[in-house]
Write a protein that binds this ligand. Structure first.
Ligand code: ATP
Length: 307
C-alpha cells in the first residue's frame, strides 16, 4: 500500500491480492471458517483520495476505472468490474466512520474512490479499500494511531482487512486476521482473469467441504523463499476451488482455458471467480494476457507482485 500527501489530500494506492495457497481447516462455533492462506499483494490497485471536510460530514464518491494502471478513470464504467455499493454500504465509508467514532473525531471527510479491482472476484477489493481508508483517515486527521491499533479496527471490518495493513506477502491464519509477514522475496509475474460472473464468498464457503487431511503450506513457502517460480507454480492450491466451480459453470470453462496456456501453474484466488496464472517473467505475462484477452474470457490483467 502506497500513501502520499498533496497540499490538500492524502492519496492511498490499495493493492489487490492473490491467494497462492488456501486451505480450509474447519468450521468454527462462531460461524467463521478456520483457514490457512498465503496471500500476496499485486500491482492492480484502487486509489483512494481523502480530504478533510470541516462540515463534519463523511461523503464518498465512488467510480470505476478500467485497468490496473493509475490514470484517468473511464466513464461509463466497465460493467464487468461489478457493482460497488455507494455511501454507507461501502467498506471505505464504514472504515472511516468506525475510526472517527473510536477516535472521538468531529471532523468530516470527502473521499473519492477510483476502482480498478474487480468486485466479488476473490481479489480482496473491498478489504483493501477498507484498509486504505483507515490509513488515509489516520493520516488525514493526524490521529497518530499505530499500525497495531489500526489492525484491531481492521479485523472488525473484515477478515482480510488486517492483511492489507501489513504490506507484502503473508501467511494468514484464524479467520484470516492473524498475519505472519514473509521475509522479503522475489516478486512473481501473473496473469489474472476475471470472467464475466462473480460469486459471493459466503455461498462458496457454504458449498465447500473442509479438508479431511489438511494440506501443508511448508513446501510452497520454501519455494517462495528460494524464488523458485517453477516449483511455486506446481504447488498452488485452493480448497475452495471445487465448490466455486460447482456453483458456476463458467469457471470450469475458464479453468480448461487456463490449463491450455503455458503457465508455470494456475489457480483460483480466494472464493473466486478470478483465476491467475504464474508466469516466467513480465514479457511472458504480457504475451499470455494478450492471447487470453483475444479469446474473450473476460477482463485480463498482467501484473507483478507488489507491496
Ligand atoms: P475476498 O477476496 O476478500 O473474499 P472479494 O474480492 O471476493 O473479497 P469484494 O470485491 O471485496 O469481494 O466485494 C465483496 C462485497 O463487498 C461486494 O459484494 C460489494 O458489494 C461489497 N463492497 C463494499 N465496499 C466495497 C468496495 N469498496 N469495493 C468493492 N466491494 C465492496
Amino acid at each position: 500500500m502506497l500513501l502520499w500527501r498533496t497540499a490538500t489530500q492524502v492519496v492511498v494506492e490499495a493493492p489487490a491480492k492473490l491467494n497462492l495457497f488456501f486451505e480450509v481447516l474447519g468450521k468454527r462455533g462462531d460461524g467463521f471458517h478456520e483457514i490457512e492462506t498465503l496471500m500476496a499483494p499485486i500491482g492492480l490497485w484502487d486509489t483512494l483520495y481523502f480530504e478533510e471536510d470541516r462540515s463534519g460530514q463523511i461523503r464518498l464518491d465512488c467510480r470505476q476505472a478500467i485497468r490496473g494502471l493509475p490514470g484517468e478513470p473511464i466513464d461509463p464504467p466497465d460493467t464487468q468490474l461489478g457493482c460497488v455499493p455507494e455511501g454507507a454500504g461501502n467498506l471505505v465509508f464504514r472504515a472511516v466512520e468506525l475510526l472517527r467514532q473510536r477516535a472521538g473525531v468531529r471532523r468530516g471527510a470527502a473521499l473519492r474512490l477510483v476502482k480498478r479491482i474487480p468486485v466479488a472476484a476473490g481479489l480482496g477489493g473491498g478489504s483493501t479499500d477498507a484498509a486504505a481508508a483507515l490509513v488515509a483517515a489516520n493520516e488525514g486527521w493526524r490521529l497518530g494511531w499505530s499500525r497495531r491499533a489500526l489492525a484491531d479496527l481492521a479485523a472488525e471490518l473484515g477478515s482480510d482487512v488486517p492483511f492489507f495493513l501489513s504490506g507484502g506477502p503473508a501467511v494468514c491464519r484464524g479467520r484470516g486476521e492473524r498475519i505472519e509477514p514473509l521475509e522479503p522475496c522475489r516478486a512473481f509475474d501473473f496473469v489474472v482473469v476475471r470472467p464475466a460472473v462473480g460469486l459471493s464468498t459466503a455461498n462458496v464457503y457454504k458449498a465447500c467441504q473442509p479438508a479431511g487431511k489438511p494440506r501443508s503450506m511448508v513446501a510452497i513457502l520454501d519455494a517462495i523463499s528460494k524464488g523458485n517460480a517453477a516449483r511455486v507454480g506446481r504447488l498452488l492450491f485452493n480448497r475452495l476451488e471445487p465448490a466455486a466451480v460447482a456453483l458456476c459453470g463458467e469457471l470450469a470453462r475458464l479453468r480448461e482455458n487456463m490449463a491450455r496456456q503455458d503457465f508455470l501453474g494456475y489457480g483460483m484466488s480466494g472464493s473466486g471467480t478470478c483465476y491467475f496464472g504464474l508466469c516466467r517473467h513480465t514479457r511472458h505475462a504480457r504475451r499470455v494476457a494478450g492471447r487470453l484477452q483475444a479469446t474473450g474470457v473476460g477482463t485480463v490483467f498482467a501484473v507483478r507482485g507488489s507491496r
